[in-house]
Design a protein around this ligand. Sequence first.
Ligand code: SF4
Length: 104
Amino acid sequence: MQRPLYPKCMNGTRTRALTADGYIVPCCWTDSYKSRQHKIYKQLFDPALHINNFENVEDIEDSIIWNKIEVMIDYGHEDLDICHRMCGRPNEKDTPFRQKIRSE
Ligand code: SF4
């Protein structure tokens, strides 16, 4: 099922993150003990997606798992509970940093 989602990772206000153990995630909020147990987010920590297996970040983002999760984020899939908690409402504040990112 779909729920309204305003993904900061897709509107330029949140960037990819590199975890301490070598995985790229859509944002730092998706790197936690809980996310690594979650049926969807844990797929980002598949050993096949470890940075040692890739030449660049774009190739990780082009993986089947990343494409699937990005489609789910774009759709607002209800099972993405971290995303709905952190990005379930439009940005109320437009900080100077966000304005700068958007203008670049
Ligand atoms: S919580 Fe989800 S929707 Fe929000 S920035 Fe992170 S990955 Fe994107």
